[in-house]
Design a protein around this ligand. Structure first.
Ligand code: C5P
Length: 221
């Protein structure tokens, strides 16, 4: 029997990479397939939630019943989150948002002919998770991801407090079978009072463990 333990919940998920344009044909981006975010959206939907997925450019199809809002840039993603976040009970930030964007956007294609070297000045993008944490409503549950290469638990705990999140899903991106593009992930769940190391699982199974944790520990508080 399928669990319907998210019935009545509105779930917001960010997924995929963002693109930060230099000119109409060039952009800076992050490695991200969007698979983890889409797996989370599908799991939440199956468990009875109303799901809104804000996605950067990815190549994945999903259920028609999941509302998808397509964006390209971090600042577009930020604007959408800002507009709709208060209507949601559970917010999960799994997007690989580009931390920086080119300071200037050239509306016509940059020509290489006159250039020997090419310098790009970057400025910081808004931190969407941090903003959601700072403006968290009573009872809202906020989940962030972290991609780490060392001191995974310590760095994730720091992120948890700094961004006022309820759960950080920590990835060791250097481990085989974790992170980018692949269908599996190896994560540790880090909350204020629990640390749960999960084995290598499919992203679908990871999504199910994340919602089990949310329902069993976070919704009860
Ligand atoms: O601080 P760091 O980028 O490692 O935090 C990662 C988490 O923050 C992820 O959940 C990611 O989706 C979110 N994030 C965000 N906006 C940014 C950068 C990261 O929402 N500009």
């Amino acid at each position: 029997l399928e669990k319907k333990d998210l019935e009545g919940k509105n779930v917001l998920i960010t997924a995929g990479p963002t693109r930060e344009y230099l000119d109409p044909v060039r952009f800076i981006s992050n490695r991200s397939s969007g698979k983890m975010g889409f797996a989370l959206a599908e799991e939440a939907y199956k468990r009875g939630a109303k799901v809104t997925l804000i996605s950067g450019p990815v190549n994945i199809q999903t259920y028609a019943s999941i509302e998808i809002i397509n964006v390209e840039t971090a600042s577009q993603m930020y604007d959408v989150v800002k507009r709709i976040k208060d209507e949601h009970d559970i917010l999960i930030f799994s997007a690989a948002v580009a931390d920086f964007r080119p300071k200037d956007f050239k509306s016509t294609k940059i020509k290489k002919d006159q250039l020997e070297n090419f310098y790009i000045e970057l400025e910081k993008n808004p931190d969407i998770l941090r903003y959601a944490g700072e403006t968290k409503k009573n009872g809202q549950i906020i989940v962030g991801f972290s991609a780490e290469t060392e001191n995974i638990v310590e760095n994730s705990q720091k992120k948890l407090y700094e961004k006022n999140a309820d759960l950080i899903v920590a990835n060791n991106v250097l481990q085989e079978g974790a992170g980018f593009d692949v269908d599996t992930n190896i994560v540790t769940l880090v909350s204020k009072d629990k640390i749960i190391e999960l084995p290598k699982l499919s992203k679908k199974e990871v999504a199910s463990k994340i919602f089990d944790f949310i329902v069993d520990y976070l919704c009860k508080k």
